[in-house]
Design a protein around this ligand. Structure first.
Ligand SMILES: Cc1cc2nc3c(=O)[nH]c(=O)nc-3n(C[C@H](O)[C@H](O)[C@H](O)COP(=O)(O)OP(=O)(O)OC[C@H]3O[C@@H](n4cnc5c(N)ncnc54)[C@H](O)[C@@H]3O)c2cc1C
Length: 492
């Protein structure tokens, strides 16, 4: 990772590579507050959205400064240190078909992909019983009774509704009000009667969005699935949840963090770290953006992060209520990853993919996170929603015991003896507030949805939550950065 020292970042009155004049001060001074209009665009956030926007605006000849709160780029894309000099994906990890924009960016950065390990059977753990199912769909997980039919009928109904949702503008669906007035939980209880089908629909919400199905509107869920495609291929639930042919199909060689790390390195000194933005003041000539120890004036600002985290910045004058209240109503899920490293991927010899879903234990979904050559085995478990909140305040030992208890239940006794464990939770991260994505409870998309992307004067919004296709994913973040760069360039 490119690390820029804090001292270097705070060089007073530095002129950046792209020509942005910046005033700096350890404590805000009068000079800092009256910095001249020096840069065309300030971008707040060096996640994939902000970095992509910076790349495109620099290419368009604009002067740009990126202010990032953390000491690293990538935001929700992060290589979790394993303590032995290697990392495992602690945040975003997978890439799949139709995710064209993250694929193009990774190619530009020279980051290759490889297939997620997917040979054998998946583990299904429910009501204290462990069983195996074929990897070609969730239907194989339901006991072969009428529950299969029940789930199949519900999925067909969902599929029909998904086709009715205009991608990125779900509030324009003919039945938007009706679908936004109910939770996904309400809908699943009215449309599936078997325990197996209901469990799998809840597991779908938990594994995909890290929330309970009670927390999201049906319209939000339908839009999320509609967005899992591209301009020529409609989105489907199968593409969201699938490994082969779906969003979990491939991984990045060296870890997904290589993509933002290399992009940030290419952008160089225009990316400033340890610079959390506290306020954005709009005036007659543009905006004044104040970060810790740094004040910059610009013609336009891009806020590139989730609505919930954007809501922590102080805006003056106050934003229109549609935007201000959207930021109060678009919460993040609770998500963590627990990783265990073994000498070998022993589950492969047992005919298992390393993928599992479970209704109990701290981990409710797993993947094989081993390196491409299988030279050692890495199991990754998602701790989602109430499971991770159940570990609030837990010691590292308790977290480790909870994670290994789940792995042992799912993959046998050998899972109890890893060489290394590591844990990354996102809901306690100040600059993420949770993950993988902001979600909309009932009533939010229809009343506030258009405010996701609508600029507020010189303030523009990016971040995966604003994307039409692949909202919630790295691909959506890249698409949002490309869209906002076009928007800002046109406005300038
Ligand atoms: C555990 C987990 C697993 C995931 N798995 C996948 C996956 O397999 N595949 C996939 O495609 N996606 C996955 N995602 C989602 C993916 O990570 C996100 O969609 C994407 O990274 C969002 O990028 P972004 O640029 O929109 O936002 P972010 O990555 O959140 O970037 C926002 C940036 O803004 C910074 N920031 C916040 N506040 C301020 C401030 N006031 N001042 C300055 N900077 C600030 C943050 O530090 C951050 O760097 C996962 C996410 C998580 C958490």
């Amino acid at each position: 990772m490119t690390r820029v020292s804090r001292r270097r970042l705070l060089g007073t009155g530095a002129l950046t590579a792209a020509g942005a004049a910046v005033s700096a001060a350890a404590a805000p001074s009068a000079a800092a507050r009256t910095a001249p209009l020096g840069t065309d665009v300030v971008i707040v956030g060096a996640g994939l959205a902000g970095l992509t926007a910076a790349r495109d605006l620099v290419a368009a000849g604009r002067s740009v400064l990126v202010l990032e709160a953390r000491e690293r780029p990538g935001g929700r894309v992060y290589g979790l240190p394993l303590g032995d000099g290697t990392t495992s994906e602690g945040g975003a990890e997978f890439i799949g078909p139709t995710q064209d924009r993250i694929a193009a960016l990774a190619k530009d950065m020279g980051v290759a992909t490889f297939a997620t390990y997917n040979e054998g059977k998946n583990v299904y753990y429910r009501d204290g019983k462990r069983s195996l199912y074929a990897t070609d769909g969730v239907l194989g997980a339901v006991p072969p009774d009428w529950g299969v039919l029940d789930l199949e009928v519900a999925l067909l109904k969902l599929g029909d509704m998904i086709k009715e949702v205009p991608v990125g503008e779900p509030w324009k669906a003919a039945k938007a009000e009706e679908w936004d007035a109910q939770t996904f939980h309400t809908w699943s209880r009215s449309n599936a009667l078997s325990g197996g089908a209901r469990f799998l629909m809840d597991a779908f919400a938990s594994a995909t969005l890290s929330v309970r199905s009670q927390e999201i509107s049906l319209l939000y869920l339908l839009n999320y699935a509609a967005s899992a495609g591209n301009e020529s291929t409609p989105g489907t639930i199968d593409r969201l949840i699938g490994t082969r042919g779906g969003a979990q199909e491939s991984r990045f060689a060296g870890g997904s963090q290589e993509v933002p790390v290399r992009l940030a390195a290419k952008l160089g000194d225009i990316v400033r770290y340890d610079a959390p933005v506290r306020s954005i003041v709009t005036g007659s000539g543009g905006v004044t953006v104040t970060a810790d120890g740094l004040t910059v004036s610009a013609k336009r600002v891009v806020v590139a992060m989730s609505p919930a985290v954007a809501g922590r910045i102080d805006y003056s004058p106050a934003l229109p209520a549609s935007r201000a209240q959207l930021m109060q109503r678009y919460p993040m899920g609770s998500i963590a990853k627990f990783v265990a490293v073994y000498d070998t991927p022993f589950w492969r010899a047992d005919g298992l993919t390393g993928q599992a879903i479970a209704d109990s234990g701290a981990i409710d979904a797993t993947f094989d996170n081993s390196p491409p050559d299988g030279s050692r085995g890495i199991l990754m478990g998602f701790m989602n929603q109430a499971n991770v909140r159940g570990l609030d305040g837990a010691s590292a030992d308790r977290v480790r015991a909870a994670g290994l208890d789940s792995f042992t239940r799912l993959f046998g006794d050998r899972a109890a003896l890893p060489k290394i464990t590591a844990f990354q939770r996102w809901d306690n991260e100040t600059w993420s507030g949770g993950g993988p994505v902001g979600v909309a409870p009932p009533g939010v998309l229809t009343a506030f949805g258009p405010a996701l992307r609508a600029p507020c004067g010189p303030i523009h919004w990016a971040g995966t939550e604003t994307s039409g296709y692949w909202t919630g994913y790295m691909d959506g973040a890249v698409r949002s950065g490309e869209r906002v760069a076009r928007e800002v360039d046109a406005a300038l």
